[in-house]
Design a protein around this ligand. Structure first.
Ligand SMILES: NC(=O)c1ccc[n+]([C@@H]2O[C@H](COP(=O)([O-])OP(=O)(O)OC[C@H]3O[C@@H](n4cnc5c(N)ncnc54)[C@H](OP(=O)(O)O)[C@@H]3O)[C@@H](O)[C@H]2O)c1
Length: 256
């Protein structure tokens, strides 16, 4: 097999939520494969620390502070990052938030907020990316971060499950719309991964034991488990793959 297929030298990537957790795991993978990566998040300190790690792997990586809830600012934000990077070949729509609580108790403002961050913002960012590539006649790759909640539901996560189910269908819809322009659209679906987002679950000993028992590979996932999947989908190795979700879940969805 040609290892060269996975080479991302000369490619530029934008990773939302790339300053920590799964996003940083994927960003580091892309940088190790040769891509220059821009990461974004709201927290300047987290951005700077992550950017330093990325630059140690691939000089020229950069960071930009941006809050994806500011939907009207997404287009100018995308344009400025694209200009600074010299174009964006790979867009990883990874940033996301959780909203826990029983469905009858969810405040509609919290519902609108999670829809904005997890669904509307990546949709709008993808539009910006696609418009640029369609205008320039250049191919591109988009990867969304989906979830087990794209396929199944768990008590107390209705708002989150709504957004991640939407991501699964969005991946298919955009893949179909943009295939003719050479834009591939796929998703990565994490299982239970140890990050800031799942800290309350990891600290709950009963839940922690359930995850380890329920996951065939017997452990929580780690951010660096995502480097390989991100590089694969972003690279020419996946050149005939579009509209798919690749689950990186230790086998969770394979059993019940
Ligand atoms: N951990 C899991 O088990 C798991 C499972 C399935 C799917 N996922 C998905 O994986 C993705 C990454 O989650 P994670 O577990 O790595 O969580 P995390 O460590 O909490 O990271 C979340 C990232 O999103 C960014 N972010 C959140 N809200 C934002 C906003 N309004 N504007 C811009 N950036 C924002 C955060 O940066 P700032 O705080 O600096 O803004 C951070 O970089 C999410 O889409 C999540 O739904 C996680």
């Amino acid at each position: 097999m040609e290892v060269e297929l996975f080479n991302l030298h000369g490619k530029k990537a934008l990773v939302t939520g790339g300053n920590t957790g799964i996003g940083l795991g994927m960003a580091l993978g892309l940088a190790q494969a040769g891509a220059v990566v821009a990461i974004t998040g709201r927290d300047q300190e987290k951005n700077s620390a992550a950017c330093a790690r990325l630059c140690a792997v691939q000089p020229g990586c950069l960071q930009a502070v941006f809050d994806l809830e500011e939907l009207a600012g997404i287009e100018p934000f995308y344009r400025s990052v694209s200009q600074e990077l010299g174009g964006v070949d790979i867009l990883l729509n990874n940033a996301g938030m959780q909203c826990r609580g029983r469905a009858e108790e969810i405040d509609v403002r919290d519902l609108n907020r999670i829809i904005a961050v997890n669904l509307t913002a990546p949709y709008v960012l993808s539009q910006c990316f696609a418009r640029e590539h369609i205008a320039n006649g250049t191919p591109g790759v988009i990867v969304f971060t989906a979830s087990l909640m794209s396929e199944a539901a768990r008590k107390g996560t209705s708002a989150y499950t709504l957004t991640k189910g939407g991501i699964r269908q969005l991946v298919r819809a955009l893949a179909v719309d943009w295939a003719e322009f050479g834009i591939r659209v796929n998703g990565i679906g994490p299982g239970y991964i140890q990050t800031e987002m799942t800290r309350p679950l990891v600290q709950d000993s009963e839940f922690d034991a359930w995850v380890k028992k329920r996951t065939p590979l017997g452990r929580w996932g780690k951010p660096d488990d995502f480097a390989g999947a991100a590089v694969f989908l972003a690279s020419d190795a996946a050149r005939f793959i579009t509209g798919q979700i690749l689950y990186v879940d230790g086998g969770w969805l394979a059993t019940f």
